[in-house]
Design a protein around this ligand. Structure first.
Ligand code: F6R
Ligand code: ZN
Length: 194
């Protein structure tokens, strides 16, 4: 683990030539996150679709290490809402993350524990710095291509999924007239209401 290591990450596929974990997240793991509950149930009743996948390179989960890998959000929608990741705060809130977009088109939806929010576009070649304290969720806004990003974050960050599972993100990305549109999440629980 303590020797320098390199691998290839080349297009058009951008699957790392070496990885330790391949995580597959399905629709059933996103209960309560999509606005259109009926559409969610309807799709789930037919097929527990794969929404996104992550290829991780294993490193010790301690300060000083950098965890890294590739995230792939597939194209698709639940109702009018695009496929997206669960999204999370880092358990150690004061840890940042860098994303580099390899392929596709999408948005990163972010918010702080105080309810500040931000949305940044993702497209090939785009670098996104997610500062400490900002929860983050990747959304694929393309109709037929994967959104692929390379990510790097501190080894001791940890993942807090529970907060977002309970409160949701403040903003959602829906398709309207063929274009992505940012809307307020009517089910979002504001700070203080939690
Ligand atoms: C790690 C990170 C990404 C995400 C990945 C899947 O801190 O932000 O590697 O883990 O994009 O999203 P989640 O973890 O929200 O299911
Ligand atoms: Zn993260």
């Amino acid at each position: 683990m303590d020797k320098p290591n390199s691998f290839e990450l080349t297009g058009p596929e951008f699957i790392p030539s070496q990885y330790d974990h391949h995580i597959v997240r399905k629709l059933s793991s996103m209960v309560g996150q999509y606005l259109d509950i009926e559409a969610y149930q309807e799709i789930l009743a037919k097929d527990d679709l794969v929404l996104y996948e992550v290829y991780e390179i294993k490193r010790p989960e301690v300060a000083g290490e950098l965890l890294h890998g590739v995230s792939i959000v597939h194209p698709g929608k639940v109702g009018q809402e695009y496929f997206m990741t669960k999204g999370h705060f880092h358990t150690v809130l004061n840890t940042a993350e860098v994303y580099y977009c390899l392929k596709g088109q999408g948005m990163m939806v972010m918010e702080t524990p105080e309810g500040d929010w931000a949305i940044e576009e993702l497209y090939p070649g785009r670098v996104l710095y997610v500062p400490p304290r900002w929860a983050h969720r990747s959304v694929n806004t393309a109709s037929n291509s994967d959104l692929m990003t390379f990510f790097i974050y501190p080894g001791n960050s940890g993942h807090d999924y529970g907060t977002i599972e309970q409160q949701g993100f403040r903003k959602l990305i829906l398709e309207e007239a063929g274009q992505p549109k940012v809307i307020d999440n009517p089910r979002w629980k504001a700070p203080g209401a939690r």
